[in-house]
Design a protein around this ligand. Sequence first.
Ligand code: HDD
Length: 749
Amino acid sequence: RKPVEVVKDVVEAAAAKVTDALSPDVPGAPGSGTPSLAEPTTPHDPLPPKKEQGTPETRTPTGAETGVPPTAKGQQGAYLTTAQGARLRDTDHSLKAGARGPVLLQDHHFREKIMHFDHERIPERVVHARGAGAHGVFTSYGTAEGLTRAGFLKKNVETPVFVRFSTVLGSRGSADTVRDTRGFATKFYTEEGTFDLVGNNIPVFFIQDAIKFPDVIHAGKPHPDREIPQAQSAHDTFWDFVSLHTEAQHHTIWNMSDRGIPRSYRTMEGFGVHTFRLVNDAGETVLVKFHWKPKLGVHSLTWEEAQLLSGLDPDFHRRDLYDAIESGAFPEWELGLQVFPDTPEETFAGVDLLDPTKIVPEELAEVQPVGRLVLNRTPTNFFAEVEQVAFHLGHLPPGIDVTNDPLLQGRLFSYLDTQLTRLAGPNFHQIPVNRPHAPVNDMLRDGFHQQAVHAGVAPYRPNSLDGGNPFPAGDAENAFVDVPVRVAEAPKIRQNPASFDDHYSQVRLFWQSMTPVEKDHIIRAYTFELGKVYEQAIKERQLQCLANVDPILCAQVATGLGLPVPEPTQPLAEVAASPALSQVGHVWPPDGRMIGIVVGDDDADGVTALREAVFAAGMVPLIIAPHGGTIGTVTVQRTFATARSVEFDALLVAAAPPPAPDALPSRDDKAGAGTDRSVDPRVLMMIDEAWRHAKAIGAWGDGAAVLQRAGVAGTPGVVAGESGADTFAAVQELLGSHRVWQRFPASVA
Ligand code: HDD
């Protein structure tokens, strides 16, 4: 049949569905008798006439109120229309003077369509351009009630949230699994105004003063001449900067550790980084640091997995987040606070709380849980929500205030300012995802993209024309509290406090807190990154920095680079390790983990039962078969052509499927090495990689022979069970530790 006939069938089938859907109950449907839905982007009801302006509302309708989330109302009616609502009969042919003639300038639909398309892209974020976001809910435990007047932290209060995760350096289309810091930004739509907690998965920052932010980002972004490398720090300008601005060494060692390559957004900690100030009803204050603790624990990729994923699935973290939510394995974090007395010195246990390059070890100030975050809804439209969401540290509800951390103070300017270019004007707070859920009655007016139809004539205060509205709130009406912190009488100077000069003690603290296998990964990461640097002087300068952190770290990296080992320029700091910083040695719930299951054609019942067992354990099975389609009644999700080990956390081999005719050559095919092709080489590659990346592996029945053939049977973390069920049970146990750490040589050193 001609393609045009096929298309006709498809179109007719779709049209029939639309007709079915157009029951008289559907608003806007012909004959429904109901008016069309309201224009969805109208943000608020028009203000009442000025005399009745008692409680003017500019409130975003929430899903609970309208039954429909505001973002789900982008279209009304079943028919294609112009942007002005005129129905169209054809959108595939421009209006021409005859079938072979020129296109006519009067084709208003063509011009509207192309004009809009030409402007679909907006500037990407200058940093954190690559990201993914999701909706959720934050439920407060009430444990912070005595510390802050913030209503969303009162017991059992549920607050809708939107969270955006990101990498920092890459462009919008860059890979997810690069070595980088991850952003963790949360918008709490509280009833007292929006609170944005704009944090990272690393608790310290590269610089101590925001005035250096353009410089560190210029150094980290691709080189200006050739615009490479994309989304990574393994290049000259980055290491030039961090070896010259040695305050960056603490953040850098976190990047070089496994924290720089998270397994998933779901397995990252989040940190507010700065110290904030809470104020309670009595006006009492404390200093706090915010922490997000993932329910699934902190887990990372191996460097080889991260590199493979950048090519095999550049959207790995984004896919993982959305797959988890859609499969019902909702990502969860606990919000915690480290609480410090608000003293004039603003220090705790010798740590300057205004220095964003320092942590307070959890062993010295426990992280106290105050609430729970669950992400349970994927975006309806990525651009509308994830791309247009705008975070700002100045979005603070009453009860939370800032401190004088100079990095924080600079950020308070930057986040508003950047949106003017990115979102093209000052009204970005009216974009649906950015609208507060608290009633808004500001005196901001006009500007590009104004969506609100403000009533009244007197947007100033005091006024006598709009009945005095809007009125100032006091303590009783829960007005925002600017904590009256005393500002010391001091000269205007461009200078840091002396305590900011300690650039190495906490780098050493981090290094000392790592287990041998984590130290090994750090050494390899520095060796890789500096190995990509061309300038000898930069490598030598960075080695000099490492000499001030630890002699073994420095010597091993120097050996890898083939350079001499420098002497430290200052005494090594005496520090106590913080075991809380290590990812190894904990056991975590394995919920939401991906279990790859290699099957043949003849074990359909066993596979069905195993799939159910995996789901019942809160994990997600991925059936991998020689061909697509089904195995019995089970749908095949990956074939040997589309599966790769890096997608899953553990591998089960249920059978010994024969090699497909188009299998890749295996190393056994090399001349003289024999040609045992009893197992598909792609299955052998999956096993080989899963083993190398220290993942749990299991097999039963014929599958056990496959593990023998792969040469991994009987090694740590490789289970040969009697049945699928008991093999899976043993693998589940192993997953609690994330990896079979013994397989890394350094872990036994
Ligand atoms: Fe920033 C975005 C986190 C320092 C200026 N930053 C941005 C995002 C996160 C962070 C998570 C992405 C938000 C989103 O998803 O839309 N930034 C941090 C943290 C910092 C930090 C944890 C240090 C503790 N940032 C920082 C400084 C400056 C900026 C010192 C400028 C002086 N950051 C920006 C920005 C961005 C941004 C240019 C780009 C897009 C945006 O704000 O909305 O304004």
